[in-house]
Every structure is written in structure tokens, then in C-alpha cells.
Design a protein around this ligand. Structure first.
Ligand SMILES: Cc1ncc(COP(=O)(O)O)c(C=O)c1O
Length: 382
């Protein structure tokens, strides 16, 4: 019998569905570098229509998609991009925009809701007038992230996005949205996805996150933008041949799974409510807007690493530490309601095990507690 595993590390961990595998097997393919793969062409055209942009390009990853976008918009030496200090592009993409693209990042603080204050964005735009303007890099681009991963999957509203778009337009700048989880935002906000990204010059959408495709992202923008993006994709080694097999799976992912995102969000709330009842943890369940649950551990004897380690070793529940005191769980359509209940029971047990080392807490004279070790436990108490 296969042991039960509940994998809450990320929404990137889904396995392709039978329908995806069947579509991959049946996909009509040709060489996409030669511009001849019919399945890729159909998929890109459909994504462009869905997102309300002129053209689309299938790329291997969200990281490459964002990198290409920044490099296309900032194609003049000395360019600067304004982006959130907690944004995925800034924190988790190896600084590629600088190391590969020579683009200078200007960070603005991300608020707990994933926004950057409008006045801080405006203040970050470099002056092009004045005696000293020749000293500055040139602001060319603003990047937003929707949903914002490091802010617990928070959604940026259409009003906010439009406002930033207006600022960009008025200043002659471009707006890129890292929409790795833009469909989650669209569903949670009840705003059609094309409307949500209307103000953006380019958008990157991950297909292999909550949508469940095995590989790939799609970059969208004007036809001229995508023509340049295609060139850069090749430069970066992202020109792939018979990508119809991947696009076929991605097509099924979008067709079958956008409709399941609302349920992921509901399950995330259930999980948050359950975690709230465990006294060593705190979670603001009202802040759970999409498929991510971040919670803090308030008992200093339990570290996030330890909790994740015990969850994995004892119960096959996988999670990722998200900070010195926090852990994150990410939901996706292959996590059931029963998995959520199982995970909650396991968290409770893991907390107990860490505090007791598998044994009982004995109160000692000075008011502190001492652990009676269970020698069967392979883990040291925290
Ligand atoms: C918000 C966001 N943007 C971009 C990416 C990068 O995607 P990939 O892992 O496909 O490079 C991720 C991945 O987790 C992400 O969460």
C-alpha cells in the first residue's frame, strides 16, 4: 500500500491529469523554433485572446518569462525597473535582470497586501529633468505581482492595477505584471482576467502552478513585444522544438482547472481556520484570499524547520518554512478536503511531539518545563 502523502509545499507539485497525458500523447507537433508547431500556435492564440493581449509566447518557466519581459522593456543600457522588495523577480530569480540583463532594480516596499504605495512608486521614478539627471539610471518599467506570493497570495485589485498603469503611461513607462497566479486573483476578485491585466503592457502567467500543467508559462503583450520576446527566448536557450506536447497539457490545464481555483481558495480558508485552533500557532484567516496559508509559530520551542521536518518524517505531510517563525501551506486541486483534515491532525500531533519529544512535559520548580524524552523518537526535542 502506498503511504498517504499530502504535499502542501507549493502549487507547483501537481501531477499531470489523465486528460493532460492523453492530450500530450495525441498532440499534433512540429518544430516550434521554426515556427511550425500547430498545437503551440493554437494554444498561444487562445491564451492571447483569453488575456486580452495581441500575442502570446510559451516559455519554459515563470522566471524566464519575467526575465524576457524586463529585458524587452529595458532594452537600453542604464535602464531601471521599479519593483517590490518582496517580489519574486527581486528575491527569487537569481538577480537575473541585473546579472543577465544589466537592468538596475529600484525596490519599493511591499505592503502586507502586496501593493506598493502609489506615492512611493511615483517617488521612485527617476527625474529626467534637472541639473543632476545625467547621474541617474533611467526608469523604464514598473513590475507588479498578482497574486503576491511572499504576501500570502494576496490579490491586487483592478483599481490599483489601473492606477499604476495610469502612472506608468503618463510617465512614458511600461507596466509588467508577474501574474504567475493571475487566474487565482481573477477568481478571488470576481474580475475577468483580461480586465484585471488591461493596464499592463505585458503579463507572465504560470501554467504549472495552480492550473496544474506539468511545464511552462506564457508571456503576453503586443505583437511587437512578443516578436522581441521570441528573439530573447532563443538567446536564453528557451527555444524548444516539439512543444506541442507541453502546450497540449497546458491547454487542458487552463480548460479544466481555472474552474477549480475557487475551491482551492475555500480549502485554504478551512485550513487556516483549523490552524487557528492550535494554540502554538497564529494565523490571520481573514488574510487568506487565495490558495496560500502562511502561519506563525508563537512558541519559541518550535522552529519552522523542525515542524516541517516532523510533519514530513512522521506523516508524509510536506510544507515549506517561510521565515524565522512562519510556515506556508499552498493548496492546489489535487488536495482534497480529507487531505486538509489529515494535515490539520498531523500539525497538531507534530506540535505535540516537538514539545514533548514524544513524551510528556514535566513542570519543574522554577516554572519552566522539562521534557521527558521518548527514546523511541528519532527526533530531538526542539
Ligand atoms: C510569483 C511568482 N513569479 C514567478 C515564479 C517563477 O516561476 P518558475 O518557477 O516557473 O520559474 C514563481 C514561482 O514560484 C512565483 O511564485
Amino acid at each position: 500500500m502506498v503511504a498517504r502523502m499530502v504535499d502542501l509545499r507549493s502549487d507547483t507539485v501537481t501531477k499531470p491529469s489523465d486528460a493532460m497525458r492523453a492530450a500530450m500523447a495525441a498532440a499534433e507537433v512540429d518544430d516550434d523554433v521554426l515556427g511550425a508547431d500547430p498545437t503551440a500556435q493554437r494554444f498561444e492564440a487562445e491564451m492571447a485572446a483569453t488575456m486580452g493581449k495581441e500575442a502570446a509566447l510559451f516559455v519554459p518557466s515563470g522566471t524566464m518569462s519575467n526575465l524576457i519581459a524586463v529585458l524587452v522593456h529595458c532594452d537600453v543600457r542604464g535602464s531601471e525597473v521599479i519593483l517590490g522588495d518582496s517580489s519574486h523577480i527581486h528575491v527569487y530569480e537569481n538577480g537575473g535582470i541585473s546579472t543577465i540583463g544589466g537592468v538596475h532594480p529600484k525596490t519599493v516596499r511591499n505592503n502586507p497586501d502586496g501593493t506598493m504605495d502609489i506615492d512611493e512608486i511615483v517617488a521612485a521614478i527617476r527625474r529626467t529633468d534637472g541639473a543632476l539627471s545625467f547621474l541617474y539610471p533611467t526608469t523604464r518599467l514598473i513590475c507588479l505581482e498578482n497574486t503576491h506570493a511572499n504576501r500570502g497570495g494576496k490579490c491586487l485589485t483592478v483599481e490599483y492595477t489601473d492606477k499604476v498603469g495610469e502612472i506608468a503611461k503618463n510617465r512614458g513607462l511600461k507596466l509588467h505584471i508577474d501574474g504567475a497566479r493571475i487566474f487565482n486573483a481573477s477568481v478571488a476578485l470576481g474580475v475577468p482576467v483580461d480586465r484585471l491585466v488591461k493596464a499592463a503592457d505585458s503579463v507572465s502567467v504560470c501554467l504549472s502552478k495552480g492550473l496544474g500543467a506539468p511545464v511552462g508559462s506564457v508571456l503576453l503583450g503586443s505583437k511587437a513585444f512578443i516578436d522581441k520576446a521570441k528573439f530573447l527566448r532563443k538567446t536564453l536557450g528557451g527555444g524548444m522544438r516539439q512543444i506541442g506536447v507541453l502546450c497540449a497539457a497546458a491547454y487542458v490545464a487552463v480548460r479544466d482547472n481555472v474552474g477549480k481555483l475557487a475551491d482551492d481558495h475555500r480549502k485554504a480558508k478551512v485550513l487556516a481556520e483549523g490552524l487557528k485552533k492550535i494554540k502554538q500557532l497564529t494565523v490571520d484567516s481573514s488574510s487568506v484570499e487565495t490558495n496560500m496559508v502562511f502561519f506563525d509559530i508563537v512558541d519559541s520551542r518550535i522552529s519552522p524547520d523542525k515542524l516541517c521536518q516532523v510533519l514530513e518524517k512522521r506523516n508524509n505531510v510536506l510544507a515549506m518554512p517561510a521565515g524565522s517563525k512562519s510556515v506556508r501551506f499552498v493548496l492546489h486541486y489535487q488536495i482534497s478536503d480529507s487531505d486538509i483534515q489529515y494535515a490539520l491532525t498531523c500539525v497538531e500531533k507534530a506540535v505535540e511531539e516537538i514539545l514533548t519529544g514524544g513524551g510528556k512535559l514535566e513542570h519543574v520548580a522554577n516554572g519552566t518545563t522539562k521534557t521527558t524524552m521518548d527514546t523511541r523518537s528519532t527526533l530531538t526535542p526542539a
